[in-house]
Design a protein around this ligand. Structure first.
Ligand code: FAD
Length: 328
């Protein structure tokens, strides 16, 4: 560890900053129309949408640890409308469909913002846009070739954020937002529970078994849900279906959070418009401000542990239980 990082702590700022509610463990036998496995964004939003579509449906959500403890509670908080990881990638792969994909992505971001209002979720959403920055001459050319947003030359980009290594920037204001990731996850869980979703933490699903046509037994250590439908939202964790195991490749990305910057430090840097920032490298770096003016830096690393391992020893910080998944 370098001297600059000597005083740092291996903790998850977002989760410390916004602890969520607790939900009790699943015990005993139950029935459900839908069981959702996984309490990250994917599982939580699935449960919310299912309840909205059919308020009378019995929806159970089972989370192995605590809501949002994994990627959903510890990410950069960049919410991008793009469904194609950017315009250039999208146009090169789906030239005929790109305009439709871009339209759907923007509609999706708008709907998400509406959902936060309707569901009463205070996720510190800021629609400040994303500033893509170039450090190298060839990256300046890439920015010039893009069509979305506003192109900033060296002087203009450094007027936004006073970094001597920025040579140009492109600020796309419309199609992105920043959120507090843990507040989003915890807010979604609360909204789901208010809609009537039965949320359980410390309830790792250990097996799925078809009992008869149209019914699946979802088992945890201390409970069972006999369910008409199951939605799997387990992200990089060991898939419950054998056939998807080879398609699941866990890759670690890390972020670093500074202390809050003083007013003098903020004045020196600028960053008055609080944009999310990303560079143009293949394994890109990104940074953003928090509400209390810390800087989050992330990206570049994409670390794979052989054997698709996801272990407590390779992660930063722990959840409230801290023991799952087991290291076997
Ligand atoms: C450092 C970092 C920065 C990132 N930055 C961004 C960003 O700025 N913008 C962006 O769009 N994306 C970002 N991402 C990616 C984003 O966070 C994830 O794509 C997203 O959170 C995935 O949500 P999820 O619900 O699929 O998975 P997770 O949040 O991983 O949730 C899966 C859940 O399933 C549970 N689970 C697994 N197996 C079982 C089981 N058998 N039984 C019960 N529960 C189970 C887990 O405990 C976990 O809580 C980042 C990720 C990281 C790690």
């Amino acid at each position: 560890m370098t001297v600059a990082l000597a005083g740092s702590e291996h903790r998850v700022f977002w989760l410390d900053d916004a602890p969520g509610e607790s939900y009790r463990q699943l015990e005993g036998s139950h029935t459900a129309d839908l069981t959702v496995v996984g309490g990250g964004y994917c599982g939580l939003w699935t449960a919310v949408l299912a309840k909205r579509r059919d308020p009378g449906a019995r929806v159970v959500l089972l989370e192995a640890e605590t809501i949002g403890w994994a990627a959903s509670g510890r990410n950069g908080g960049f919410v991008e409308a793009s469904l194609t990881h950017g315009e250039e990638n999208g146009r090169s792969r789906w030239p005929d469909e790109y305009d439709t994909l871009a339209r759907l992505g923007s509609a999706n971001l708008d709907a998400m913002e509406r959902d936060l209002v309707e569901l009463g979720i205070h996720a510190e959403l800021e629609r400040t846009g994303v500033l893509s920055v170039a450090y190298e001459p060839h990256q300046v050319r890439w920015l010039e070739e893009m069509s979305e947003g506003e192109l900033l030359d060296e002087r203009a980009v450094q007027a936004e954020i006073s970094s001597p290594i920025y040579r140009a920037g492109r600020w796309v204001k419309e199609d992105s937002a920043l959120v507090h990731p843990a507040r989003l996850a915890h807010g979604l869980a609360l909204a789901a529970a208010k809609l009537g979703v039965e949320v359980h933490e410390h309830s790792a699903v250990t097996s799925l078994r078809s009992v008869r046509r149209g019914t699946v037994d979802v088992r945890t250590a201390r409970g069972l849900v006999r369910s008409k439908q199951v939605a799997l939202a387990t992200n990089v964790f060991r898939p419950l279906l054998r056939r998807t195991r080879l398609m699941t490749v866990p890759v670690y990305d890390y972020v670093l959070m500074t202390e809050p910057l003083s007013d003098a430090q903020m004045a020196e840097i600028g960053w008055q418009h609080r944009q999310g920032v990303g560079d143009l490298a293949n394994q890109f770096h990104y940074s953003r401000l928090t509400r209390d003016n810390r800087i989050l830096y992330g990206g570049y690393d994409a670390i794979y542990h052989p054997g698709r391992k996801v272990r407590p020893s390779t992660r930063t910080g722990t959840s409230r239980s801290g023991a799952w998944p087991r290291t076997s």
